[in-house]
Design a protein around this ligand. Structure first.
Ligand code: SAH
Length: 239
């Protein structure tokens, strides 16, 4: 099919752009190239199926896109490096917080044994679950709810990826639900102001948290990022 070939070429070009950005940011990432399995997954997943109809012609550009409800589909580079940092293996059980349109979920589903994904906006969670089903991802479960609390029923997880910025600190439920040897990738907003306007007055860092075999946590700042805020209603003791 001609359309299929064209999309494949667009995906290839997108992966090349992502690789170039990985090389340009290698000092932050500590590596010059994506893991080949991550690059393959990026070249395979049909990103245009996750982007709203009006933005179809931009689907393979290396930038985020609006998906409605004030939310976005993440930039391909960001999806790629978060997946790479999480070191997903074929046997991994993965938790994703912030399903959105389900694009990152699909990338994870290509690499992992099982992916559990939580989205707080029902108008996004339901279509994302249907889309992932339609695309044949049978190893994915999407739930509508507050991901800041994790998903205790399916814990522990070998990897947790959070695609919205936590306020000041890493939600304790997430580190608790990380398996020994597990990896948590999460943007944390350290701005001093209490006013949380996305893209304004923000000071976010992507963080990698690792748990060793004895259960000890270690964290490192990877690079500055810009994510929508993680809603943490239920974590607020005053709520
Ligand atoms: N993973 C998506 C990015 C989605 S943007 C992708 O591949 O493009 C972040 C998403 O996090 C938004 O859809 C937002 O509604 C959701 N979100 C914010 N706070 C949340 C919470 N506490 N629990 C679950 N989802 C949350």
């Amino acid at each position: 099919m001609i359309e299929g070939k064209q999309k494949q070429a667009e995906r290839k070009a997108m992966v090349a752009e992502v690789e170039a950005e990985v090389a340009a940011t290698c000092d932050y990432l500590g590596k010059r190239r994506l893991d080949s399995k991550v690059a393959e997954a990026m070249a395979k997943v049909r990103r245009h199926r996750f982007v709203p109809a009006v933005n179809q012609r931009h689907a393979y550009e290396n930038r985020p896109q609006p998906i409605g409800h004030g939310q976005t589909i993440s930039q391909p580079y960001m999806v790629a490096i978060m997946t790479d940092l999480a070191k997903i293996e074929p046997a991994s059980r993965v938790l994703e917080i912030g399903t959105g349109c389900g694009y990152q979920t699909a990338i994870l589903a290509e690499l992992a044994d099982r992916v559990y994904s939580i989205e707080i906006v029902p108008e996004l969670a339901n279509p994302a679950a249907a889309r992932l089903r339609d695309l044949g991802y049978a190893n994915v479960e999407v739930r509508c709810g507050d991901g800041a609390l994790g998903w205790a029923e399916h814990a522990p997880f070998d990897a947790i990826i959070v695609t919205a910025a936590a306020w000041q600190r890493i939600p304790p439920a997430l580190t608790a639900q990380l398996a020994p040897g597990g990896r948590l990738v999460i943007p944390v907003d350290r701005s001093v102001s209490a006013a949380r306007f996305p893209y304004l007055d923000q000071n976010q860092e992507l963080m990698l948290v690792t748990k060793d075999k004895e259960g000890r946590l270690a964290e490192r700042n990877v690079l500055p990022v810009a994510f929508v805020p993680l809603v943490e209603r239920s974590a607020d003791p005053a709520a």
